[in-house]
Write a protein that binds this ligand. Structure first.
Ligand code: SF4
Length: 456
């Protein structure tokens, strides 16, 4: 069956989870007991594997209209000291529950704008975390950087501390798009920052673009992609804009008529894939691209790619500790998310308890389905023999219903259902969020009421 792009979009363009974890937070329980987190940590303390750490540094100087992050917009620097005191208390609280397990193989700072912090406070943050959770040699130490708010001394300090991967938010280089997203980032800012990172010898320089933004056209996005590639990034992420004005009211300032149609959205993504692949980048999972020699590209080849709440990773611990408001932890089969509102998070910490906004204890079925979904999202294939070896499950029998659902996708050219397993085609990689949905045991109950972003 020869299908047009618009047929594919009509079929696949609907809201759906991003599956950075499984099940996703809408399934989790509000008021999840603190004791569950403490018990999970007691179990995790005996695990010899290293940890992953995430710190959410929520401050921004302004609010970009497209932003989907949990941010605290503060033109004044004064809240930072109190925040860092709370952060130190929180990190100490987690550390005191893990007396035998402190080594970390992955540390990531996101936000917000981590470089909102001045150099002294960047150093203070690094120390308060790594004094309690020392980094192993070879750890991936990464940070998100906004080139519009960066002082000349910040990148050198980060490099000296040991950050080895830096992700620069670019989104789009077109002036009108930058205006519509109220970001105002210039080419010069991007160029200067990337050059500085290269001069400082950061081993990994990532650039993040977003498709589906207001005002984007194929011509403007082509220019953005071509100019960005002149900077020779080691990795690129191409994220779809999550337009959710009901959940994020500030997105209402974006004129709806400036948003690309679903057809153009997919064309923008396909253009990015085409240009990146022509420039020799290897597609990683659903939204990342890497140079063939990059560690992430090698990890895909060797089946070592990991998906967790920070996205795709090469080096990740078996458990993830999240610090700061809204941060997510994943410890010994228990998910928990901190309170999102800064003052609520600070109050919990001041009162000496884990800040738990919501959480979920994964049962055996959840763990098996999470592995399966991440296998499909990371390697684009699932072999029943691997499932049987890992979980002792007869995949075709256990997932007979899901297989029947997937067979309906075969004529769309996105997936192959074979006796040995499920294989997502190169075209299907763009729709992988849809293709894994039959394996989500919760989605049908949730879909109507849950504001997920669109999958295309
Ligand atoms: S700088 Fe980044 S985190 Fe802050 S509002 Fe803009 S997009 Fe959101």
């Amino acid at each position: 069956m020869a299908l047009s792009l618009s047929d594919l979009i009509k079929h696949y363009d609907r809201p759906g989870p991003r599956y950075t974890g499984y099940p996703m937070p809408p399934v989790w329980t509000e008021g999840f007991p603190q004791e569950e987190v403490a018990e999970a940590l007691a179990r995790a303390d005996a695990d010899p594997e290293p940890l992953s750490l995430y710190a959410h540094l929520p401050f921004c100087k302004r609010r970009c209209s497209y932003c989907g992050c949990n941010v605290v917009v503060s033109p004044h620097y004064s809240p930072v000291d109190g925040f860092l005191k709370s952060l130190e208390t929180e990190v100490e609280m987690w550390a005191s529950h893990l007396p035998n397990r402190r080594k970390a193989i992955q540390l990531h700072w996101g936000g917000g704008t981590p470089t909102y912090l001045n150099v002294a406070d960047l150093r203070r943050t690094f120390k308060l975390i790594t004094d309690r959770f020392p980094l192993l040699p070879g750890a991936e130490v990464s940070i998100e950087v906004d080139p519009t708010f960066l002082e000349p001394d910040q990148l050198p300090a980060l490099r000296e501390m040991g950050f080895n991967r830096v992700s620069f938010g670019v989104q789009d280089l077109d002036e009108r798009v930058q205006e519509l997203i109220t970001r105002g980032q210039t080419w010069d800012q991007t160029l200067t920052t990337v050059r500085q990172a290269r001069d400082l010898g950061f081993p990994g320089v990532n650039l993040d673009l977003v498709y589906g933004l207001p005002g984007q056209t194929l011509a403007t996005f082509r220019r953005t992609l071509e100019s960005t590639l002149e900077l020779n990034p080691d990795r690129m992420a191409i994220y779809g804009f999550a337009y959710l004005p009901k959940v994020m009211p500030y997105q209402r300032s974006i004129p709806a008529e400036t948003l690309p149609s679903p057809e153009l959205r997919l064309d923008l993504l396909l253009l990015a894939v085409d240009i990146l692949e022509k420039h020799g980048y290897v597609a990683i999972g659903m939204d990342h691209f890497a140079r063939p020699g990059d560690e992430m590209a090698r990890a895909v080849k060797e089946g070592r790619l990991i998906r967790n709440f920070m996205g795709y990773a090469v080096a990740a611990g078996s458990d993830l500790l999240g610090f700061g408001p809204s941060a997510i932890s994943n410890v010994a089969g228990v998910y928990s998310q901190n309170e999102k509102i800064l003052t609520k998070w600070e109050r919990d910490i001041a009162e000496g308890r884990f800040s738990v906004h919501k959480g979920h204890r994964l049962d055996g079925e959840d763990l098996m389905r999470r592995w399966l979904i991440h296998e499909l999202m990371g390697t684009f294939e699932l072999r029943w023999a691997d499932l049987a070896k890992r979980y002792g499950i007869d995949g075709p029998a256990h997932f007979a219903g899901a297989i029947e659902e997937l067979k309906e996708e075969v004529p769309f050219g996105t997936v192959e259902v074979r006796d040995e397993g499920i294989f997502i085609t190169p075209l299907g990689r763009r729709f992988v969020r849809n293709i894994v949905q039959p394996f989500d045991a919760y989605l049908k109950k949730l879909a109507a009421s849950t504001p997920f972003s669109r999958t295309v």
